[in-house]
Design a binder for this molecule. Structure first.
Ligand SMILES: *[C@@H]1O[C@H](CO)[C@@H](O)[C@H](O)[C@H]1NC(C)=O
Ligand SMILES: *[C@@H]1O[C@H](CO)[C@@H](O)[C@H](O)[C@H]1NC(C)=O
Length: 656
């Protein structure tokens, strides 16, 4: 503290120009620093502890954080993070299936076909983890996420780690399920068996190959089917070729074909229809889901919804990963209405979207090209009808999205829509909103927000008012900050206004308006009986002195005294010793007068300070104007004598 006053005074005394304190924080581009300059203006004081009770400083810190505006990554692509979590979960040997399920859910991991493949690729040298994972997937209701491809990857894990018996066991299982050993796996296995001189296994493998089991891998069939379909326009020829392949159109094969036809969704859909109409395959949940996913990747909204409805009418559910996949596509293409329709559809099924999904959708709606309140209300209604209530943390996420597109001004209507869904804004967020609105210069919206709260059960408390004032202070809008403070004083208990008042005082001073700050404080003390904090007075005095307000600074002293605070001498002494006139010094000593006489100790401290900066003549002038009992005081005389005789000014030790 001390150093800071010194520095301020130095600036003022040694340059004729007035110190522009307000330029201080702004001259530093670095946002971290502007905070610390800001907090320098508020000297530490025990009473400031109360601020922490409602965590305002961290709040103001948050305003400066650029991460607030960072766009969050979109979700649900199997990524390294998810694999790491999976590896961690399945590395533990003692975890029950139920526990595993919970762990996955809490990490928002959905087991998809791609995720299984990715995980197995990553686990090639961790056979135990891979085995546990594979076993879990095949036992749980995620079994349908397994394919011939994942079985072959698992075969690779077993083979690579020397589990030959398990390798053969799995080949047996695959046979039963109609999966074949892929060519790649076959080659690798043959190499290994030959190298290790395992002639029995070599023979067994060759027999397997001869029996055609490898050729019948679904991948192989799929590529043959796709080739036939792509060869020419759909027609009798294609159909003839497909029949000629003489393959069994299992649900896995049909799904894979539909997936693989890629952008030829029309062909995919024709194939999908044909294969059932010609009695080659009865569609099930798996084939429907594959078809739905493929259609979503096209601009084929009508067809998509037709097949989706058909699927439900046939009694099948949309898989969770289909939902996630399709929703992601819609959102990416800005098809928010379709995304909401999909959400409604899924909420009506058995695999209901999670609470997180609702938040995700709300966030996408509020950052949409246009803020569509109807869609927002619809999501809220659907969510509510599903027996859910929107939480504050969900709203917090929505608010962040809103801020990221500079739409925080819309939050009143959003809150209203959410409240219709049973949402109740908590205190922390009320403060955050008040502050963000005022900081963003949204006067009308801020006013509306406060009015709405007043009209509801939760009358804004002093913390919310303080946040409002704080926002205006951070935005540098002193007039609005003062107006809000005046309103606050009408509404809340005088004793709870200290923090906001200090903020105002600091901000005025920072803007080089210490004199206005002083006027405001006296208005509040005289008119409203407010009792500023000790630290507030200290800021005021320091800044008045630094900004040429010596007289007003003196006038602060009686105000402090009236509240029973000790006087704040240091900045005065420093100021006077460096640039005060003898008359200023006398005026100060009078202001410090206790009973009849100015205290001797104050004079001694002043003289010492004059000598310290080498202003001997001024010390003499001041002495000449001092009352007689000072001029004759032994300690004073000693000090002047020792200075005259060339010694350094003696350090005084005075009883207070
Ligand atoms: C900002 O200031 C902080 C604290 O003084 C410092 O650690 C950081 O390196 C600065 N950053 C820039 C970009 O100057
Ligand atoms: C209000 O909700 C936010 C977001 O979930 C949370 O961080 C905060 O702690 C909550 N505050 C209170 C007082 O419960």
């Amino acid at each position: 503290m001390r150093n800071q006053w010194r520095w301020l005074l130095l600036l003022r005394c040694h340059s004729r120009s007035r110190l522009l304190i307000s330029t201080l924080p702004h001259s530093q581009v670095n946002s971290t620093r502007s905070i610390s300059s800001w907090s320098l203006l508020s000297p530490p004081h025990p009473r400031r502890v109360t601020i922490n009770q409602f965590h305002n400083p961290p709040m103001s810190l948050r305003f400066f954080s650029s991460s607030e505006l960072a766009v969050e990554p979109t979700k649900d692509q199997p990524d390294q993070n998810q694999i790491a979590v999976l590896t961690d979960i399945f590395s533990r040997t003692q975890m029950s299936n139920e526990k595993i399920k919970l762990q996955l859910e809490s990490n928002n991991i959905v087991i998809t076909h791609d995720l299984v493949l990715n995980a197995l690729k990553n686990l090639q040298s961790a056979p135990d983890v891979a085995r546990r994972f594979f076993k879990w997937v095949s036992k749980s209701d995620n079994e349908k996420r397994l394919s011939s491809k994942s079985y072959n990857l698992m075969l690779g894990v077993l083979l690579g780690n020397g589990f030959v018996k398990e390798f053969w066991d799995m080949v047996g299982t695959m046979k039963k399920k109609g999966y074949g050993v892929s060519k790649g796996t076959f080659v690798k296995a043959l190499e290994k068996f030959e190298k290790d001189g395992m002639s029995d296994d070599v023979k067994k493998l060759k027999d397997l190959y001869a029996s055609g089991s490898t050729d019948n891998s679904v991948e192989n069939l799929c590529s043959r089917v796709c080739r036939a379909i792509r060869s020419e326009l759909w027609g009798d020829n294609v159909e003839k070729r497909l029949r000629g392949l003489n393959v069994e159109f299992s649900s896995e094969l049909v799904s894979m074909v539909v997936d693989n036809l890629g952008i030829g969704a029309n062909k995919g859909l024709i194939f999908f229809r044909w294969v059932e109409e010609s009695g080659l395959c009865k569609h099930d949940e798996r084939t429907y889901n594959a078809m739905v996913r493929a259609l979503a990747s096209e601009d084929a909204s009508n067809k998509f919804w037709r097949v989706v409805d058909e699927m439900r009418n046939a009694g099948f559910e949309m898989y969770r990963d289909t939902y996630v996949d399709v929703l992601g596509r819609f959102v990416k293409k800005g098809m928010i209405k379709d995304a909401v329709d999909l959400y409604e559809f899924a909420m009506g099924g058995l695999n209901k979207p999670s609470v997180h999904d609702c938040t995700f959708l709300l966030r996408k709606i509020v950052v949409g090209k246009e803020l569509d309140m109807n869609l927002l209300s619809r999501v809220v209604r659907i969510f509510r009808e599903g027996g859910n209530v929107i939480t504050n943390s969900a709203f917090d996420a929505v608010l962040k999205s809103l801020t990221s597109v500079a739409r925080v001004g819309e939050c009143n209507s959003i809150i209203k829509a959410l409240e219709e869904g049973g949402f109740q804004l908590n205190g922390t967020l009320q403060r955050k909103i008040a502050s963000q609105l005022s900081r963003g210069g949204k006067h009308d919206e801020a006013g509306e927000f406060m009015d709405n709260m007043e009209a509801s059960d939760s009358t804004p408390d002093h913390k919310i008012w303080a946040s409002l004032v704080e926002g205006y202070c951070l935005a540098g809008d002193l007039e609005k900050a003062s107006d809000s403070f005046r309103k606050m004083v009408e509404k809340v208990d005088a004793s709870s206004t200290g923090y906001a008042l200090e903020l105002l005082v600091s901000t005025y001073c920072r803007k080089n308006r210490a004199a206005d700050s002083y006027k405001f404080v006296t208005e509040m003390i005289d008119g409203k009986d407010l009792q500023p904090w000790h630290s507030t007075y200290k800021i005021l005095i320091g800044m008045l002195l630094a900004q040429g307000g010596f007289k007003e600074a003196l006038d602060v002293l009686p105000l402090m005294k009236k509240q029973g605070y000790p006087p704040f001498l240091e900045p005065f002494i420093e100021y006077l010793s460096k640039c005060g006139s003898p008359d200023d010094a006398i005026a100060f000593s009078k202001a410090m007068t206790v009973k009849r006489y100015p205290s001797t100790s104050v004079f001694l401290q002043l003289f010492e300070a004059y000598f310290k900066v080498g202003r001997h003549n001024e010390a003499q002038d001041f002495l000449a104007k001092s009352p007689r009992y000072i001029r004759n005081h032994a300690d004073v005389l000693n000090m002047f004598c020792s200075v005259k005789s060339g010694e350094k000014a003696p350090a005084i030790t005075m009883a207070a």
